[in-house]
Design a protein around this ligand. Structure first.
Ligand SMILES: Nc1ncnc2c1ncn2[C@@H]1O[C@H](COP(=O)(O)OP(=O)(O)OP(=O)(O)O)[C@@H](O)[C@H]1O
Ligand SMILES: [Mg+2]
Length: 372
């Protein structure tokens, strides 16, 4: 179905509503069709998940695709359950055939049958803790038994490091490397952790994939993409206003899309800088309560640091005397102690250009507060 708003902010609605990423899509498709697995890394909201779906859409039609986002899983049992449901849903459409196959490979899996409201039923599967590993092996055996090509994308892959079970990485690697008919995309936003998993000789996934760091969509592509929709609908489009929008968020996809979505939804044209500011203001306003609580939960030094970083945009050296004295932070040691926690909780991000507030809207909020 055609989206009401061409600037999609949830899910994937087809290539028509997907900007550029032509080279990236081509590279990943080429790796997969040449039987190489891919690691896809980028900071939050750059468009990793969208790209995975665009790749799925661009694969030859004989490929089956399986997507899981393991962000919310906290152990191997959760992972296995999610994986089982995604694999079985994607590869077997006829329910009773699926159940027969399931019985063969997953002795310990418990199907739950739910009416789907249209006279049919849907199946979901739960996995027992005691038989998690056996079931996981069953899923891999099942995938290997299929006489067809499959691509599995595991999004937020770094989450497996949080599982209490030791050796999850090694367990997955040992099965994945022998699957001839199944390719994998491992996507994740924790650059440091993902990089380490795939490039350290001490780690199971060492050099097992093509590694790709996703950058933001180029200004030219994005501007043309946006302009196309406005012009087609007979609405004004100012390239200057778009440039302001793109620069304000360093071109990061989710923010640019969200603002375009708002401007479009308000029936408007992208006619001036003021239109952009109004839409950004609206987005910040909706989150103000959450941002307020988030800030309130920080230590005093943490609060000061967040505001100071937001005020400057990007800070090369947090503990430099000049930066600290500009913002009335007396002790470099207190800044040095507070910073790791802000990074660990994803409030601050260390980009190539320096430390910055990870969420651009939170940065806007912080800048809108009265300066102490
Ligand atoms: N090439 C694109 N063209 C248009 N919209 C896009 C494109 N890529 C992503 N989007 C949209 O931008 C938003 C953010 O993208 P996406 O969810 O893919 O980012 P992400 O890197 O996976 O973020 P996160 O790290 O938060 O999971 C989504 O709403 C998506 O629909
Ligand atoms: Mg994502």
């Amino acid at each position: 179905m055609k989206p009401n708003n061409p600037f999609v902010t949830r899910g994937y609605r087809g290539p028509e509503y997907f900007c550029d990423r032509v080279a990236e899509t081509g590279k990943i498709v080429s790796a997969l069709t040449n039987e190489r697995n891919v690691t896809l890394m980028a900071p939050r909201r750059y468009g990793k998940t969208g790209l995975v779906h665009n790749v799925f859409n661009s694969l030859p039609s004989d490929y089956a695709t399986v997507y899981i986002d393991i962000y919310a899983t906290s152990n191997l049992q959760d992972f296995t359950q999610m994986f089982a449901n995604a694999v079985l849903g994607a590869l077997d459409s006829v329910a009773d055939k699926a159940l027969a196959a399931v019985g063969k490979f997953f002795k310990a899996i418990r199907p739950t049958v739910t009416p789907d409201g249209n006279g049919g039923v849907t199946f979901s599967f739960s996995v027992d803790k005691s038989s998690t590993e056996a079931t996981l092996n069953g899923i891999f055996d099942y995938l290997a038994s299929k006489n067809r090509r499959v691509v599995v994308a595991i999004d937020e892959f770094q989450q497996i490091l949080e599982y209490p079970e030791k050796g999850t990485e090694a367990l997955l690697r040992s099965r994945i490397q022998f699957l001839q008919n199944v390719g994998f995309i491992f996507a994740g936003s924790r650059h440091h952790i993902m990089g380490e998993m795939f490039t350290s000789p001490r780690r199971p996934f060492y050099q097992s994939t093509d590694i790709m760091s996703l950058d933001v969509i180029s200004y030219d592509s994005y501007c043309k993409f946006a302009e196309g929709f406005f012009k087609e609908a007979g609405r004004d489009f100012s390239a200057d206003a778009f440039a302001v929008l793109y620069r304000r968020f360093d071109g990061v996809t989710w923010y640019v899309q969200s603002v375009l979505n708002r401007v479009w939804g308000d029936g408007g044209a992208l006619s001036s800088e003021e239109v952009v500011s109004a839409a950004v203001g609206g987005l910040v306003e909706e989150r103000a309560l959450t941002f307020h609580d988030l800030l309130a939960s920080q230590t005093d030094v943490g609060k000061t640091l967040l505001k100071a970083i937001a005020a400057e945009g990007k800070v090369a050296e947090i503990t430099s005397g000049a930066f600290l004295s500009r913002h009335g932070i007396a002790a470099p040691s207190s800044a040095r102690t507070a910073l790791p926690n802000l990074i660990e909780t994803d409030l601050v991000y260390r980009s190539a250009a320096g430390y910055m507030i990870y969420d651009y809207l939170f940065a806007e909020y912080l800048r809108s507060l009265p300066q102490a």
